[in-house]
Design a protein around this ligand. Structure first.
Ligand code: NAD
Length: 418
């Protein structure tokens, strides 16, 4: 059994590749190559804890494919991280970057740790040692990490500093999602959430709904979910429910998102936000809304709850939130699912912008970043929607088909040394 490819999330992803591959007559050799990640690095990272004990944390970096450019993808800190999950997320990055037309391949990393249980010092030591261990395999032209669940711009600052110390000079392009002061891009923090909202804007048009009429529920109130809520609210949509690890809050009239953001800054979680009804993280998925945006973790919409989903549109801010059997149920029920490789692409698009700005040392305004991001997201949505209409398939198969067409062309041009 191959520990990289045997997990359900990886298998699920490859089934989508096979379906879409049949549709575009994907070359069998290209399919075989894409089935397996190019390389995986497993490291055991020692951290001296504040109480003097030594603790080992296992970390991974999986490099899936680099046909289109350097490997690119986030670093996740979560207690459930394992090799196969990281491999699946790395593969999704390959397909996402291809779909979005970026000159980047796919990679992903993670450490099996609950970051909320570590002090700031312990987190810094973990990050620096993890970076040192994977340092021979990353770099601005090789593999460029970014934040994901449980990591943020501070994590990236530590990674950048450690890598630069190792190589002997400052190399800001080794990571994206870093603070503005050290080469970050304006608009990176909100990019994934903003991209989710650009996709919602396009998707509601299909069902003849205006943004100002749309009722939206968002699971997850972190980097993706919070910014999606802020942007949707700013466009006049009614965000009726959000949730985080503490559970969900609901008000059918809509939540005041700027007030909620201030509340979460003080209280850390959305729980008990005044004027709302408490709901669970499963209830939020089944609310009577127009748009559901799962923006937390994978595997939350399954065959068990797919029948209960009332949203007409699902926009996958998270990676892999819908299992394959659930997808089939949703399709039969006429729910439009805007898949992860399209819907949460905003983050990597602005990561790409950041990487480009670091190469030329010329920085863009936030408005420039937003305009360029909007253009790419709208274009990707239109491409996927047109493919789905032409081939009469759901948006997930269409997104993958569109992505594979570009990857296949690159693989054929480069020849057999994949
Ligand atoms: P984050 O750590 O900033 O936020 C995660 C949110 O999910 C938090 O609000 C947390 O409380 C909540 N959460 C955690 N466990 C939960 C559970 N069991 N039930 C409900 N909520 C739970 O992470 P993020 O960066 O916002 O990433 C969220 C998802 O989006 C992930 O799937 C990630 O891979 C994907 N994604 C992130 C980016 C990015 O730029 N950050 C880009 C593309 C995709």
């Amino acid at each position: 059994m191959n520990p990289l490819t045997s997990g359900p999330f990886y298998q699920n992803t490859m089934k989508i590749v096979e379906d879409a591959g049949r549709l575009i007559n994907l070359n069998p050799n290209a399919l075989e190559r894409l089935r397996f990640p190019r390389r995986a690095i497993v490291v055991n990272v020692p951290v001296k804890m504040d109480d003097g004990r030594l603790k080992i944390f296992t970390g991974y970096r999986v490099q899936h494919n680099q046909m289109l450019g350097p490997f690119k993808g986030g670093i996740r800190y979560h207690q459930n991280v394992d090799l196969s999950e990281v491999a699946a997320l790395a593969a999704l990055m390959t397909f996402k970057n291809s779909l979005l037309g970026l000159p980047l391949g796919g990679g992903k990393g993670g450490v099996q740790v609950d970051p909320t249980l570590l002090s700031r010092n312990e987190l810094e030591e973990l990050t620096r040692r993890f970076t040192a261990e994977i340092s021979p395999f990353i770099g601005p032209d090789k593999d460029i990490p970014a934040p994901d669940v449980g990591t943020d711009s501070q994590t990236m600052a530590w990674m950048l500093d450690t890598y630069s110390t190792d190589t002997g000079y400052s190399q800001t392009g080794v990571v994206t999602g870093k603070p503005i002061e050290i080469g970050g891009s304006l608009g990176r923090d909100s990019a994934t959430g903003l991209g989710v909202v650009y996709v919602i804007e396009k998707a509601v048009q299909i069902i003849n709904l205006k943004m100002t009429e749309a009722r939206i529920a968002i699971q997850g109130f972190g980097k993706v979910g919070m910014h999606a809520a802020i942007e949707a609210y700013a466009l006049g949509a009614r965000v009726v429910a959000v949730s985080d690890i503490s559970g969900g809050i609901y008000n059918e009239k809509g939540l005041n998102i700027p007030d909620l953001v201030r509340y979460v800054k003080e209280n850390k979680v959305v729980k008990d936000f005044p004027g709302t009804q408490h709901i669970s993280n499963s209830e939020i998925l089944e609310l009577p809304v127009d748009v559901l945006a799962p923006c937390a973790l994978e595997g939350v919409i399954t065959e068990k709850n797919a029948h209960e989903i009332k949203a007409k549109i699902i926009v996958e801010g998270a990676n892999g939130p819908t299992t394959r059997p659930a997808d089939e149920i949703l399709h039969k029920n006429g729910v439009i699912v805007c898949p992860d490789i399209l819907a949460n692409g905003g983050g990597v698009v602005v990561s790409y912008f950041e990487w480009v700005q670091d190469i030329v040392w010329l920085f863009w305004t936030e408005e420039e970043v937003r305009n360029k991001l909007r253009e790419i997201m709208y274009k990707a949505f239109d491409k996927v929607y047109a493919f789905s209409q032409k081939s009469e398939v759901n948006m997930r198969t269409a997104a993958m088909g569109s992505s594979l067409e570009r990857l296949q062309r690159a693989m054929m041009l480069r020849g057999s040394a994949w």
